[in-house]
Design a protein around this ligand. Structure first.
Ligand code: HEC
Ligand code: HEC
Length: 351
């Protein structure tokens, strides 16, 4: 319930900021925004992927991306300047964190595992309960959470804008037509996050015919067949291209659930223990797994699905358990590892 109250607390400011450039002093001018982009070299789309939706007042431009990147890696977004977004969303880990629960300022712990941000541009909502409708609004959550960055955007904007060395104000004026403020911070960070698109894993290259069957490997191919097998049912929830349907499900982790999941945002009892279905792209890099980071290896995840979950009343019907011999088990793991996109993980754009 704490989460619900937290959201109610800053909802007014959040929605004002998103819709009207609010959280500004009374009488401020409405925002002047630069024209749409002439080029967006930093938004690299895999072959055949559509341009992700962007809010009308936050069209992707390389300048906005560069400002967002500076902010994403800047620890001054936390109260004691110790933690940046990248502390919990590390590029080499597919923008996830290595701990089950990552410490925030003063070492305080929340309750959830930091997920990958890969494919965020295509997600219709955010957080495990799906309670946040846009990347722009999501920025308020970590910055203002007491167990994460424990600061506030108005204070951060003042602090950063006063720092001439980083040229934050100049960049903000150039790319958003106004000095650095919460309006700009949430939009620039969201723009950076929209570029975290991964679609050049061996699986994708095999699907596009850039890798031959033998280059992809018979083991990975057998794993893909198993992934599609109705008895395993993986594909029914983790479907390509994003390896998530962007839906919600209870995958039978515990009974009862400590974390109420989607119930926290809908208040509907049928949603308790129901969580956002995560992407499996770069899954070998983004351990540990599940909303609470309970599994440290993909082997443990497979054991969980093979056993068919613990049998929660809301557990999805297709999770009935199945058997795999050791060759099949290895094949499924090999397929999951073939979702790792080295080009994305080692991209110089994140350096
Ligand atoms: C102390 C660790 C920590 C820090 C710092 C942090 N995050 Fe997160 N982030 C998390 C956790 C944990 C979640 C999962 C929250 C949930 O599901 O309720 C999350 C979720 C997200 C999501 C939603 C992903 C999804 O798939 O739904 C986005 C986007 C995100 N963070 C962006 C950011 C940005 C931007 C910053 C910096 C302003 C940031 N995070 C700072 C831990 C952190
Ligand atoms: C009924 C839908 C459903 C099916 C079927 C399903 N999953 Fe999941 N999967 C989920 C949900 C929901 C989560 C997240 C649960 C949570 O956060 O607590 C998840 C999480 C995962 C994770 C961890 C992701 C992360 O980033 O933490 C992996 C790996 C995974 N599933 C693999 C599989 C495999 C392999 C199969 C087939 C054997 C499978 N899933 C079948 C719904 C499903």
């Amino acid at each position: 319930m704490g989460r619900l109250m937290l959201w109610a607390g800053f909802a007014a400011c959040v929605f004002a900021a998103a819709a009207f450039g609010g959280c500004l002093p009374q009488g401020s001018e409405s925002p002047v925004l630069p024209p749409p982009p002439v080029q967006a070299d930093q938004l690299v789309l895999p072959e055949g992927w559509p341009m992700p939706d962007q809010p009308q007042d936050n069209v992707f431009t390389d300048g906005r991306w560069a400002l967002g990147k500076l902010l994403f890696f800047d620890p001054r977004l936390s109260r004691d300047a110790s933690i940046s977004c990248a502390t919990c969303h590390q590029p080499e880990l597919a923008f996830a964190a290595p701990e089950a629960i990552s410490p925030g300022v003063d070492g305080l712990l929340g309750t959830r595992n930091a997920p990958t941000l890969v494919g965020a541009a295509y997600a219709p909502y955010f957080m495990s309960e799906g309670g946040v409708p846009s990347l722009e609004l999501q920025v308020f959550a970590p910055v203002e959470s007491h167990v994460e960055m424990d600061d506030n955007l108005t204070h951060i904007a003042e602090e950063l804008a006063a720092d001439n060395a980083a040229d934050y104000n100049a960049l903000s004026l150039e790319h958003y037509g106004r000095p650095l403020d919460p309006f700009v911070i949430i939009r620039a960070i969201a723009t950076f996050e929209r570029s975290l698109i991964s679609g050049n894993a061996p699986f994708d290259r095999w699907q596009r015919g850039e890798l031959t069957d033998s280059e992809f490997g018979p083991e990975a191919e057998q794993g893909w067949v198993l992934f599609n097998d109705p008895e395993l049912a993986c594909i029914s929830c983790h479907s390509p291209p994003h390896f998530t349907t962007h839906g919600f499900a209870n995958n039978g982790l515990e009974n009862p659930y400590i974390d109420a999941g989607r119930f926290l945002t809908t208040g509907n009892p049928a949603d308790s223990g129901v969580f956002k279905i995560p992407t499996l792209r770069n899954i070998a890099q983004s351990a540990p797994y599940m909303h609470d980071g309970r599994f440290t290896t993909l082997d443990q995840v497979l054991d969980h699905y093979i056993a068919g979950g613990v049998g929660h009343p809301h557990q999805a019907a297709q999770l009935e358990g199945f058997e795999l011999n050791s060759t099949e088990r290895q094949a499924l793991l090999t397929f999951l590892i073939a979702l790792s996109d080295e080009e994305f993980l080692n991209d110089s754009r994140w350096e």
